[in-house]
Write a new protein. Structure first.
Length: 151
């Protein structure tokens, strides 16, 4: 249980912290200083580096969370843990969609030199990462506040 929860928390920190940095600091700085021909390849490289860690984080969160929920708690969990399970699964689905659709599209468009198409894919990735960031911060708040208030 302690190992599973440590991995669960480390994975949440890497995923949510990475999204916070990318969304709140890196992207606005790149938008201010760089034009699309420089900005879009930079952001693609950032995703190339970050997304393998997100895959690992998503797998760890789902495996450790489900293990604690079903093997340790035997499915008898508080409402906040059930909401976490639902929202966590939604976040994972959003990430898989980002990876499979707009990230793939952005990579192909940049290889073909189609900047407007890459820009469109990037705009979708930005919205979806923004959504997952809000969900991740909310679910973390709910998980911790829920645990210490018994919700
Ligand atoms: C399928 C998805 C998930 C499942 C099944 C799950 C399950 C669990 C379980 C069973 C606990 C232990 C609760 C307790 O000790 O009372 C827990 C704790 C926690 N989870 Fe999740 N979780 C999931 C997704 C997430 C996500 C996506 C995040 C954040 C991005 C997250 C953040 C946390 C945090 C911060 C705690 C620690 C609460 C504390 O001990 O103070 N979980 N989770």
């Amino acid at each position: 249980m302690s190992l599973a929860m440590t991995l669960h928390l480390l994975a949440a920190i890497v995923w949510v912290g990475g999204m916070f940095f990318a969304h709140m600091a890196l992207r606005p700085a790149a938008a201010q200083l760089l034009d699309p021909p420089q900005r879009l390849p930079l952001l693609l490289k950032v995703f190339d580096g970050f997304f393998p860690w997100v895959w690992l984080a998503v797998i760890l969160i789902l495996v450790t969370g489900s293990w604690v929920l079903f093997s340790v708690f035997n499915g008898a969990a508080t409402t906040s843990v059930w909401i976490m399970t639902l929202v966590g699964t939604l976040m994972a689905a959003i990430f898989v969609f980002i990876y499979a659709v707009p990230y793939h599209r952005m990579s192909e468009a940049l290889q073909a030199g189609e900047l407007p198409k890459a820009g469109e894919a990037m705009a979708l990735i930005r919205k979806l990462i923004g959504t997952n960031l809000i969900l991740g911060l909310s679910v973390t708040t709910l998980a911790v506040a829920g645990k210490y208030s018994g919700f």
